[in-house]
Design a protein. Structure first.
Length: 167
């Protein structure tokens, strides 16, 4: 009986850790989710266990995937519901981990791309300035490159700010 319990316990822990997505995979799926519904769904499934209490960064990606998923549902009520569900989770993550550059970057990307009539754009300037000020301290090269690439293409940076990203 103990042996069976040991096998079951080992299976649970190994299968749980084997399903943990890497941050690189999550970032890749996030970048592709707006263009491919299947990848958005894959992202949501990969992140379903995360919330603002157990991993704010992965929960923030889950929140953003929910907002992107609004694009793929047909009913306007469901679209708004999906978007608001994601927005609420993202704001909880930011409240819990305000200095997390990746989470603030995610909110900036969403607010840059959200339709104006949704009214989810009040933190654009705050997040832009936060990201610009933190850029030199980011150690993760992939994250830093993602942020710089997005900022360069953003309509919310001045030409001078974009020039400073190059140097």
């Amino acid at each position: 009986m103990r042996f069976l319990l040991l096998i079951i316990t080992c299976f649970i822990f190994t299968s749980g850790s084997a399903n943990n997505p890497s941050i690189e995979e999550i970032r890749y799926l996030y970048q592709k989710a707006a263009k491919e519904e299947i990848l958005c769904k894959k992202l949501l499934v990969s992140l379903q266990i995360y919330n603002e209490f157990n991993n704010t960064t992965l929960a923030a990606y889950r929140a953003c995937a929910n907002m992107i998923m609004a694009k793929y549902v047909s009913s306007p009520i469901n679209k708004l519901s999906k978007f608001n569900e994601g927005k609420n989770l993202l704001e909880k993550c930011i409240k819990k981990d305000n200095r997390n550059v990746e989470i603030r970057f995610l909110r900036f990307t969403v607010q840059c791309n959200a339709p104006k009539f949704i009214g989810y754009n009040s933190s654009l300037l705050l997040d832009k300035n936060f990201l610009l000020n933190c850029l030199s301290t980011i150690k993760d090269k992939q994250l830093k490159n993602n942020i710089i690439t997005f900022l360069k293409s953003s309509n919310y940076l001045t030409n001078i700010e974009k020039q400073q990203l190059i140097s």
